[in-house]
Design a protein around this ligand. Structure first.
Ligand code: SF4
Length: 503
């Protein structure tokens, strides 16, 4: 299925239909019209004909047929009751429901997330909860209107409960902010990377000049926070690799942050990603300890050396294990590890091996990503060169990971889905109870404003009153950042003052 015509779909439902079709094939070309299908060869044509009657008992009927080369392939009739839900919503869901079941039947691909696209599943769950619905009502709606499979509803329910245990005031934290600080450098580039990352010895902007800009941003943002008495909930250093700069540069940065930011003794969490094990040294761990960093990330991605080589990680499994122990023994015991399912050349066996080695380390939290073919990455450009597991095998790996986590005491506490993700699955953050990342919950649930400082840092404004979301992006490239950081800082602070109605 590489092209599809949808006939008879009202304009207001068309975007949702495109997203749904692309769950089956992210490159499918979707067109809409009112004409009869053209029956061109190699084009799969779908006509969806509404027969929507709001009967006395508020029943919605949708009839649809799937055609290819003049021949009807499958027909469907869906009946949904709008008794418990608003009619408008039911009508949309009925269209999506019909489309989903037609495509599932035709392709044999099951969509465990049903017709849910374009919104974070946990965010939807939280918004239903805030509107006063009981658990049973939420689960019923997710099942009936969104066609979520029971295992996904159960997963959502567990995650939401966990998040409310970790951040009991989740519904009130929009008065505070979190801060994200982006350090855009890495020792070398990985093949699947789409983060704002640049080789530290490359030609795009010097580290000292970048840091000068970052110190300026820290200072001005700190002043604004103090003047306006806005509390900081969490701080997160990401990138790139924040530990790719020297121990002295890290020390100066954190010292300045402690000087200028208000209430550093009260923030809930300070995280520094130390993703690439090849950047970790005893001196840098001392600096992280000195400035009371609560949580670091050391990211193996896979515990198979051939895979690391294939994706250009330039570090070995042995180095990851060694650096993990080094950090742990120097007192940084709250360590997250990122694993990726579906890396090139990896199947169930390799993933089991990664889990076996992880079991010898038992970090406090683990994030399991499913590989996503993001457009900009090297892997997308050279897709033929990288052989990846089938959709079925990726599903099996995900299941294996989930069972392993439960057996080792880890509970899921956040999840997000991405476009182009293998098998249309999800990325899940697991943690031993009490070691969840508060920052991850804040950002995933869009519970509060995140102020982004540094390169490629995207600020997300969450209106404390309405919850409306807006964005502000710092430049991605170090050179552009170096040339414009003052301008960006001031624009951002102005936008923040407007958001918190301080003018
Ligand atoms: S370590 Fe992370 S940020 Fe750096 S190149 Fe690799 S994937 Fe990108």
């Amino acid at each position: 299925m590489n092209a599809i015509h949808l006939v008879g779909i009202e304009e207001k439902f068309q975007r949702a239909c495109v997203r749904l079709v692309q769950l089956f094939n992210d490159e499918a070309n979707v067109t809409f019209n009112e004409r009869k299908p053209t029956r061109k060869k190699e084009v799969l044509e779908l006509s969806v004909i509404f027969d929507i009657e709001e009967t006395d008992d508020k029943t919605i009927f949708v009839k649809a047929g799937l055609f290819q080369d003049n021949s009807p392939l499958i027909e469907k009739s869906i009946t949904l009751s709008a008794l418990e839900f608003p009619v408008k919503k039911v009508k949309k869901q009925a269209v999506l429901y019909t489309l989903l079941t037609l495509l599932e039947d035709h392709t044999g691909i099951e969509q465990p997330w049903g017709v849910l696209t374009g919104i974070r599943p946990t965010k939807l769950y939280h918004s239903m909860r805030r509107s006063g619905k009981t658990k049973d009502e939420i689960h019923e709606e997710l099942e009936k209107l969104y066609l979520l499979r029971p295992e996904k509803i159960e997963l959502l329910s567990k995650i939401v409960d966990r998040q409310l245990t970790v951040v009991p005031d989740l519904d009130e934290v929009s008065k505070e902010v979190s801060v994200y600080i982006g350090i855009p450098f890495c020792p070398t580039m990985c093949a699947y990377c789409t983060f704002p990352a640049y080789a530290i010895n490359g030609k795009n902007g010097s580290v000292p000049e970048f840091l000068e800009g970052l110190h300026y941003e820290l200072e001005k943002t700190g002043e604004w926070l103090r003047e306006n008495k806005i509390k900081v909930s969490t701080i997160y250093y990401g990138g790139g690799t924040p530990t790719s700069i020297t121990a002295e540069e890290m020390d100066a940065l954190y010292e300045h942050m402690y000087e200028v930011f208000p209430g550093m003794d009260q923030i809930r969490e300070l995280t520094v990603e130390a993703g690439r094990p090849d950047t970790i040294t005893p001196e840098k761990i001392d600096v992280l300890k000195k400035w009371k960093v609560d949580r670091i990330s050391v990211n193996p991605q896979s515990f198979t050396n051939e895979t690391l080589k294939a994706i250009g990680r330039h570090h070995s499994v042995e180095e990851t294990v060694h650096k993990y122990h080094m950090a742990y023994e120097q007192g940084l015991t709250n360590i997250n590890m990122d694993l990726i399912i579906g890396l090139p050349g990896e199947g169930l066996e390799e993933f089991q091996h990664t889990l076996d080695v992880t079991g010898e380390l038992l970090p406090t939290s683990l994030t399991v990503h499913t590989l996503s073919y993001k457009r900009a990455s090297q892997m997308t450009k050279y897709k033929e060169k990288y052989k990846v597991a089938s959709r079925e095998e990726v599903h099996e790996m995900m299941k294996l990971g989930d069972t392993w986590m439960a057996e080792h005491g880890y509970a899921p506490y956040y999840l997000y889905r991405q476009k182009n993700i293998l098998g249309n699955l999800e990325n899940v953050g697991y943690a031993l109870p009490g070691h969840e990342s508060i920052y991850n919950i804040m950002i995933m649930e869009e519970a509060q404003t995140i102020i982004g400082l540094g390169c490629g840092a995207a600020s997300k404004w969450v209106d404390p009153e309405t919850g409306k979301i807006d964005r502000f992006a710092n430049p991605k490239e170090p050179q552009a950042y170096i040339e414009n950081f003052k301008d960006y800082t001031h624009k951002k602070l102005e936008a923040l003052s407007l958001l918190f109605k301080l003018n």
